[in-house]
Design a protein around this ligand. Structure first.
Ligand code: C2E
Ligand code: MG
Ligand code: MG
Length: 308
């Protein structure tokens, strides 16, 4: 099939040269192209400036997507009571040719603005599901969580990609959790609930990530299909010093549990925090106290004997 992507730039009021005009149209066209769909976009100066600033980073990212260089680390999620792992969250990193490791906060937003996010998250999904399938083959019941951006939910083919991976590899999607942020709920309410609903039909669980950092109302509780809520690290960090924060967390945990949602506390770094969370019946935790993000081969449960 023929596809068409247009980038539009104008000379209106800017007095730019013909070369510059073409460069702008070209850049804009590539933004459309990178979304993986037909479409048209108008040149955006703000995007251009960010692209220029981040040109090197963008080149690293493009290279990594083409020839490899993305790495997936896994951070354990544990049963707070026993401290035993119940799964892990996949967190992406970018390794540059000179051996530097770049954290996701530095390049994921750029990937979103420039349309690379679909390719990036498709890679994360495939890599993550391969790992999940290995766990399942070893007889482990650990869950894997992946982060999915609003753009991916809106424009990607997440459900189709997951199902085709499952048909090819035999991975059981009931072991997968997809983490979305409150932004998703704000930006694309109807479309999001459709995609999230289809994910759930496929057996995937949905988690709301970084809960408490956005401005979204709690209306989603009745509207959007959600299985799990992850309380943001900022609350856990302040909990010990700020009694009001403690009251808030206790309220969240009680509310979510009564609604039948799984509750995860993010960013637990101290035993004291763990004890406070246990006292308020928070069942699951994640944080440096239990383990930093690690390559899959270095996970504690991977030392188990390989399948025969
Ligand atoms: P997140 O999904 O909320 O992931 C948790 C982040 O908190 C991770 O940072 C993790 O390393 C960090 N963390 C966990 N426990 C602790 C702790 O005890 N103390 C401290 N100080 N930090 C802790 P990381 O790996 O840098 O990832 C940052 C964010 O990047 C993630 O936040 C997630 O929003 C995003 N991200 C990572 N991979 C992807 C991806 O594949 N797609 C998308 N859209 N975003 C991703
Ligand atoms: Mg997450
Ligand atoms: Mg989070």
């Amino acid at each position: 099939p023929i596809s068409m992507c247009f980038g539009v730039a104008t000379t209106l009021g800017s007095g730019v040269s013909a070369d510059e005009l073409l460069r702008r149209a070209d850049l804009t066209m590539y933004q459309v192209k990178a979304t993986g769909r037909d479409g048209v976009a108008l040149y955006d100066k703000a995007v251009d400036e960010q692209v220029q600033e981040n040109l090197t980073l963008l080149q690293h990212l493009q290279l990594a997507l083409r020839v490899g260089g993305l790495k997936l680390n896994y951070q354990p999620m544990v049963d707070l009571e026993s401290g035993l792992p119940i799964g892990a969250e996949a967190l992406v990193r970018l390794e540059t040719p000179d051996g530097e490791t770049i954290p996701p906060d530095a390049f994921v937003p750029l990937a979103e603005r420039t349309g690379q996010i679909l390719a990036l998250e498709r890679w994360v999904m495939r890599e993550g599901l391969d790992t999940l399938r290995r766990w399942q083959q070893q007889g482990l019941e650990h869950r894997l969580a992946i982060n999915v951006s609003p753009t991916h939910l809106e424009r990607g083919s997440l459900v189709e990609d997951l199902l085709s991976h499952r048909d090819r590899s035999g991975v059981d999607l009931r072991g997968l959790t997809v983490e979305v942020t409150e932004t998703v709920l704000l930006q694309l309410q109807d479309r999001a609930s459709t995609v999230l609903g289809r994910l759930r039909e496929a057996g995937v669980r949905i988690a709301l990530d970084d809960f408490g950092t956005g401005y979204s109302s709690l209306a989603w509780l009745s509207r959007i299909p959600i299985d799990e809520v992850k309380i943001d690290r900022s609350y856990i960090t302040q909990m010990v010093e700020d009694p009001r924060c403690l009251v808030l967390i206790r309220g969240f945990v009680g509310l979510f549990r009564e609604l039948g949602l799984r509750v995860v506390a993010e960013g637990i770094e101290t035993e004291h925090q763990r004890q406070l969370l246990l006292a308020m019946n928070c069942p699951i935790g994640q944080g440096w106290l239990f383990g930093k993000p690690l390559p899959s081969g270095k996970l504690p449960w991977n030392h188990a004997a390989p399948p025969r």
